[in-house]
Design a protein around this ligand. Structure first.
Ligand code: ZN
Length: 144
């Protein structure tokens, strides 16, 4: 199952292109380049997900962007049977993936029917160019 991105019903993207881009910009630049980058505090080593300008653990503003393996497991999921927006064609499944590095990311899963998604399922990241200037990270069952 895949999310069909319909440009005719595009969702506004103020978070990526405006205020939040200051913190999450390197993450999305990585996604556009086919890399999954995680922000980590260089003072205390805490993962900063979602990206942010200051570490909530030690208040340091020093951080680095670390390439993630892209491997993880489904921590939780929900399948939408009705679309909340015309840009998304139901049914589709939203997953909370726990990366092997520890942070959890929300995305969708492709290459599997909603009925076959399970908690604990091993997944790998994939990248989908859904528009000329827009790439998404998604997950698929590991080994596909
Ligand atoms: Zn810190």
């Amino acid at each position: 199952m895949t999310i069909t991105y319909d440009p005719a019903h595009a969702i506004p993207r103020p978070a990526r292109w405006e205020v939040l881009y200051r913190s999450s910009g390197p993450f999305w630049d990585g996604v556009a380049a086919g890399k999954l980058l995680l922000q980590r505090c260089t003072s205390c080593g805490r993962w900063l997900t979602p990206p942010r300008p200051m570490c909530p653990g030690c208040q340091s503003r020093d951080h680095e962007w670390v390439p993630a393996s892209g491997h993880g497991t489904v921590h939780s999921f929900v399948t939408y049977r009705r679309s909340p927006h015309p840009a998304f064609v139901a049914p589709y499944t939203v997953v909370l993936v726990e990366l092997e590095e520890g942070p959890r990311l929300i995305s969708n899963v492709v290459g599997v029917t909603p009925e076959d998604v399970a908690i604990g399922m091993a997944v790998d990241v994939v990248f989908a160019n859904v528009a000329d200037d827009f790439t998404l990270f998604q997950f698929r069952p590991a080994g596909q």
